[in-house]
Write a protein that binds this ligand. Structure first.
Ligand code: NIG
Ligand code: FE
Length: 418
């Protein structure tokens, strides 16, 4: 018998065969905690005003709450928090499918970059593309992202690399946040490469003296690509230190192709995350652990560049360094929208368990974007951002790889895709 005094909510989702809650999420999961999804069998969630009101069993929730709008029967399938994608370069002009044949013929990602292609070619195309067109293409991409179950996404600038074009990209990224239902976290990546039409020191001076002070309102984080053909460790430190002094959160691309020391240096400056980390030295790991820096691993880039080297999640997990996963969506090293594909790669190529990969794609990714206060787990008070997948167990997520398993996406308590 249902209780007549039930509290009215907007939405109830019930009959979730396994409800992954990730409860108790006051910091990123590390070490052994990476083995705990806090699954509730036959779970249910009640939501109102875009937020989670209660999480419990189907019986408890339906006994206490009555929905005015939607009641979704999950029919015993798996329900979990929406993915948080903590590393993308989603706004750019042009595309780079032509590079695939060059790579197949033996050139590497860095060879193509060195020859004036790669990031350089996207910079040329992005500078030429007008703001409205960049915005419209990015909106379509964000719809694809949402269809694949991501409900919060970080987006970096970095294909303008001159004052007007970087400002244009950051405006587009901020407008996407306002206009698209997904939440977008903006990052300034003016330090992506030194563009061919600038002198090196002049460019770095522009970044430090003008760009960083000017773009503070448009970006929450500052990122640097520390790599051969991009920025040295010393340059990265100068740029990140200036950014920290202005109040930016710090991120760094480091160890994508070479262990230059950027990961350790960024960690010592208090970086929230270091990203890629396919190559990393022991002392860098110590710095990351000591500073609580999160490792964002991007197996899609290792896969798509054909570099063949993947990061080793166990190295981080064993040391108590939090691991997150991201798509690295971008036109050159990983044009992939799907966190599900990334989870499959993480499990198959980097030997993560499905449980670890799911934590890395939700809760830990929320910490890596500083958004975990209201997302990344299913707990009362957090945003009602959740996805219903056409699978029954967490292990089936990487198992049925290469297709979209998402059946419904709920963002801020409303169905945005089914
Ligand atoms: O994360 N490594 C630098 N940036 C991107 C790739 C950008 C591009 O190739 O356009 C990355 O892999
Ligand atoms: Fe990247």
């Amino acid at each position: 018998m249902l209780n007549n005094q039930r509290t009215v909510v907007d939405l109830i989702i019930y009959n979730c065969g396994q409800l992954i809650t990730m409860q108790g999420a006051d910091r990123p999961r590390i070490g052994e905690e990476m083995n705990d999804l806090a699954v509730l069998p036959d779970g249910a969630v009640a939501a109102a005003n875009g937020r989670i009101v209660a999480v419990g069993t189907t019986e408890e929730i339906r006994d206490q709450f009555r929905p005015v709008e939607e009641e979704i029967n999950a029919e015993s399938r798996l329900v979990m928090p929406g993915f948080v994608d903590p590393h993308t370069h989603l706004v750019f002009g042009g595309s780079r499918e032509h590079e695939m044949a060059r790579k197949a013929a033996g050139e590497t990602y860095l060879d193509i970059l060195k020859s004036g292609g790669g990031i350089n070619s996207t910079v040329r195309a992005t500078r030429k593309t007008d703001e409205e067109h960049l915005f419209q293409t990015a909106l379509h991409r964000l719809n694809m992202v949402a269809m694949h179950g991501t409900t919060t996404i970080e987006i970096k600038s970095g294909y303008g690399l001159e004052p007007n074009a970087e400002a244009k990209l950051l405006r587009v990224i901020n407008r996407l946040d306002q206009r698209h239902v997904l939440d977008v976290i903006p990052t300034f990546l003016g330090a992506h490469i030194v563009p061919g039409d600038w002198e090196r020191n002049e460019y770095i001076n522009w970044l430090i003296k003008e760009a960083l002070p000017d773009f503070g309102e448009l970006a929450r984080f500052c990122d640097v690509f520390c790599e051969l053909e991009a920025f040295t460790v010393e340059e990265s430190v100068r740029i990140l230190s200036a950014a920290a002094a202005l109040g930016y959160g710090l991120k760094a691309h480091a160890g994508q192709f070479n262990a230059l020391g950027g990961a350790g240096a960024a960690a010592q400056l208090g970086a929230l995350s270091v990203e890629h980390l396919d190559f990393v030295d022991e002392d860098e790991l110590d710095s990351m652990r000591e500073n609580g820096t999160i490792a964002i691993l991007l197996p899609g880039a290792s896969f798509f560049t054909g570099a063949g080297e993947y990061a080793n999640p166990a190295t981080f997990i064993e040391r108590g360094i939090a691991v997150a996963l991201g798509t690295d969506f971008n036109p050159g090293s990983c044009p992939c929208f799907s966190m599900q594909m990334i989870i499959a790669l993480a499990c198959i190529e980097m030997k993560m368990t499905a449980t670890q990969a799911i934590i890395a794609s939700t809760l830990n990714a929320a910490f890596a974007t500083k958004t975990a206060a209201d997302r990344g787990s299913l707990e009362p008070g957090k945003k009602a951002d959740l996805i219903l997948l056409n699978i029954e167990t967490p292990e089936q997520l990487p198992y049925y790889f290469g297709v979209n398993l998402v059946e419904k996406v709920i963002k801020n308590g409303r169905i945005i895709y089914e």
